[in-house]
Design a protein around this ligand. Structure first.
Ligand SMILES: Nc1ncnc2c1ncn2[C@@H]1O[C@H](COP(=O)(O)OP(=O)(O)OP(=O)(O)O)[C@@H](O)[C@H]1O
Length: 207
């Protein structure tokens, strides 16, 4: 089972407060690492630190430590933050095409993908005129065409209805069954039980 990420003794402080300290974990192919904690615990800070957007006080993060060659880890992971990250003035289909271009990904059938995420019939409206959940569905299409192994997702269920959450969990199941891994935060419990689930609770300084 190959390791995609190891984190060793991570510590973070913000505004004089310790969010977590001495935090260590390993993520292997097939894993779902569910990071939990109350509002303000430091979950987003941890995810942002993993992808290099926030500096930690101490610790080591290593991507693909088992890779034989010099692995370019940035091209091997997908990060999605809290916000949908789509352009309000562009339509769903335009957003989807733009997202795919930015990641250098090919989409076989953009219309089919919009149908998969339940947006058919809404493809010509500016995304700004869609609901929060519909906008989220546009952003999440990345999870259908990206083929990188490691997904790092901050509150991916935000704004989704029950069907949307089910659909996303089905996609998570496909991804992990194919050897991918997911690091995610969510205030909601998963209704699907991943084969390899790790739960990490950030409690403030001693997680
Ligand atoms: N840019 C920043 N500068 C200073 N402090 C920050 C910054 N961003 C977040 N924080 C602080 O870090 C702490 C952790 O924030 P973080 O967003 O990581 O929490 P979270 O666990 O993801 O919370 P939530 O469940 O509400 O999304 C909070 O107290 C927050 O005020």
């Amino acid at each position: 089972m190959s390791t995609l990420l190891t984190a060793k003794q991570l510590s973070s402080q913000r505004a004089g407060r310790t969010l977590f300290s001495d935090l260590s974990f390993t993520v292997q192919r097939g894993d779902v690492l569910h990071i939990e904690g109350v509002n303000g615990a430091g979950k987003s800070t941890l995810l942002r630190a993993l992808v290099g957007l926030v500096q930690l006080q101490s610790g080591q993060i290593e991507f693909f430590p088992d890779a034989a060659d010099d692995h370019d880890w940035r091209n091997q992971l997908l990060f999605m933050g809290h916000k949908a990250g789509i352009k309000a003035e562009l339509t769903a289909i335009e957003n989807l095409t733009l997202q795919a271009k930015l990641c250098g990904c090919a989409i076989d059938d953009a219309w089919q993908l919009l149908a998969t995420v339940g947006l058919l019939g809404l493809e010509d409206l500016p995304a700004g005129q869609l609901s929060a959940g519909q906008q989220r569905r546009i952003a999440l299409t990345r999870l259908w065409y990206s083929n990188v192994p490691l997904w790092i997702l901050d509150e991916p269920f935000t704004a989704l209805d029950t069907d949307g959450i089910e659909l996303l969990q089905q996609r998570f199941a496909e991804h992990t069954a194919a050897g991918g891994a997911i690091i995610m935060t969510s205030h909601q419990s998963l209704t699907w039980t991943p084969t390899r689930l790790q739960r990490l609770r950030i409690t403030g300084g001693d997680a």
